[in-house]
Design a protein around this ligand. Structure first.
Ligand SMILES: Nc1ncnc2c1ncn2[C@@H]1O[C@H](COP(=O)(O)OP(=O)(O)O)[C@@H](O)[C@H]1O
Ligand SMILES: [Mg+2]
Length: 226
């Protein structure tokens, strides 16, 4: 099968301002379309930091990240964040007092899409992740944790971003919901050719990945036993 790279890390390092520790050390790696990646690593190893660099929320201290061969530090980062990468944050970041569908439409409005079309896309995406119309019209605070997580995934996918990034998306879920969420990510990667990158602690989730990576001592490497 032909492989198509989409996101390339080239010798990236990162340390937080005002701290001496370098969290990430000269990481190089190329992510491809159509694949589901899992990244594991102990707490504090820098997984969230790495995701935030790939999501364009922060810039590397050194090294470069290329999206389709373009240095993201030199591109319009608002556009990159709204159209190229969708992010599922830890803790979902959903607005609690508006409905599931409205959460998605609001995020689409920010990316410049409104009206009937946005409405249609929102309900279709929610359906795709197993949220029916009745639940789509419920306020977030009236949905279960597993349902909220699916809404967060639908929102991350709403702008058609080719890259989806999720930070411990199954951390608070039971086994059944974890499987459902991993199935959604698998579909996005295998059926819609997206590049899906998931940080997880779950061995089960790692078992579902096409590529298992581990972040340790600031370095990213392939899991030896995958
Ligand atoms: N805003 C920050 N300022 C300073 N240090 C931070 C900040 N955020 C995280 N760190 C530190 O960077 C390291 C990596 O954090 P993080 O990327 O959150 O790890 P992980 O997601 O793997 O648990 C940790 O030592 C953490 O304490
Ligand atoms: Mg983290």
């Amino acid at each position: 099968m032909k492989t198509v790279s989409i996101l390339t890390l080239k010798d990236i390092s990162y340390g937080y301002d005002g701290t001496k520790r370098t969290v990430l050390h000269n990481i190089s790696y190329t992510f491809e379309k159509g694949k589901l990646y899992c990244i594991t690593g102990a707490s504090g190893e820098g997984k969230t930091t790495l995701l935030s660099l790939m999501a364009g929320l922060d810039l590397c201290s050194s090294g470069k990240i290329y999206y389709e061969n373009r240095d993201i530090a030199l591109t319009d980062r608002d556009e990159y964040r709204s159209k190229k990468v969708g992010v599922v944050f830890q803790g979902y970041n959903l607005l609690q007092n508006v409905t599931a569908a409205e959460n998605i439409m609001l995020s689409m409005n920010i990316a410049g899409k409104q009206g009937k079309q946005a409405n249609k896309v929102a309900y279709a995406l929610l359906e795709q992740v197993g949220i029916d119309q009745e639940k789509a019209d419920r306020k977030i605070l009236k949905l279960s944790g597993g349902e909220q997580q699916r809404v967060a995934i639908a929102r991350a996918a709403a702008n058609g971003s080719p890259v989806l990034i999720a930070d411990e998306p199954t951390g608070n879920l039971d086994a059944e919901n974890e499987r459902a969420v991993m199935d959604i990510f698998k579909k996005f990667s295998h059926e819609e050719n997206k590049c899906v990158i998931v940080v997880t602690h779950s061995q089960k989730a790692v078992g579902e990945a096409d590529v298992a990576l581990e972040l340790k001592r600031g370095e990213l490497s392939l899991h030896t036993d995958h």
